[in-house]
Design a protein. Structure first.
Length: 263
């Protein structure tokens, strides 16, 4: 897949501390290769070199700080596939990728297309592929915005001993991704409320619904409304109530970016 995007800064979403998604019981550690929940290679710091953590360039004995990959405890009981996907990525980078691949033919089932794209960025960060992560994270923010990253009304009750009842998985994915890419504390990233972006879908002249695959960044599969009658293949229903419904999703390929399909 050829990406038709030219990515610039990924410092989007930076705000003052005090984001609403609860405390930071296990946020990205500073100067620790064992941060988070142990996803294989945590991918902390920029493998391209340089000082990733804002140490004192002039000396003075200050210890450099490195923000490495990790996912804190959150409320995975939310509707849709965001919670189970989060748990899979906590266990390992490969399990997170496998979960995404398995759900692609069904339209992913995340609560918004933005969450899907940011999850792809999270897999890339987990694996240490920061260049790919920047492309997907920037697209998620620029194309869909950050609205709906935190909505306490959708969070079900959960046991505080094993769950953060005030934390949403999509918020923690966003914070963890941007913390590593920008080498900044997770708490600096605010998670706005509001309504999340909706999946894009259109109905052609045959009454067939086409749904965009958010992972194919340079293609809008829903843009088939001008397809002549009797030329459209059958598709599934559009997404409803947070469930996926993307159709015409390309098969995945191990050589493609995480979650991406062949064109």
């Amino acid at each position: 897949m050829v990406l038709a995007l030219v990515m610039t800064s990924t410092a989007c979403g930076l705000s003052a501390p005090g984001a609403p998604a609860g405390g930071e019981p296990s946020s990205n550690a500073e100067s620790s290769p064992d941060a988070g929940t142990g996803n294989g290679d945590p991918g902390g710091g920029d493998p391209g070199g340089g000082d990733p953590g804002g140490g004192d360039p002039g000396g003075g004995g200050a210890e450099a700080v490195s923000y490495t990959w990790g996912l804190p405890t959150t409320n995975t009981g939310v509707s849709g596939n965001d919670g189970p996907a989060y748990g899979s990525l906590q266990r390992s980078c490969d399990e997170g990728q496998a979960y995404l691949d398995d759900r692609a033919p069904e339209g992913y089932g995340f609560r918004s297309p933005r969450n899907v794209v940011m999850f792809v960025a999270a897999i890339a960060v987990c694996r240490g592929d920061l260049d790919t992560a920047r492309i997907y994270a920037a697209h998620a923010i620029e194309e869909y915005g950050l609205a709906g990253l935190y909505n306490p009304e959708i969070l079900p009750p959960c046991d505080p001993a094993s769950c953060d009842p005030d934390s949403a998985p999509e918020c923690e994915v966003y914070r963890s991704v941007m913390s590593v890419l920008d080498q900044a504390p997770r708490e600096e990233y605010d998670c706005p409320g509001g309504s999340p972006p909706e999946y894009r879908f259109r109905t052609d002249a045959n009454g067939v619904t086409w749904v965009d695959d958010p992972v194919t960044l340079d293609v809008d599969e829903s843009d088939r409304a001008d397809v002549p009658p009797s030329s459209s293949p059958p598709t599934t229903d559009p997404p409803e109530d947070g469930e996926g419904g993307a159709t015409d999703v390309p098969a995945t390929d191990s050589g493609a970016p995480p979650g991406a399909g062949n064109e």
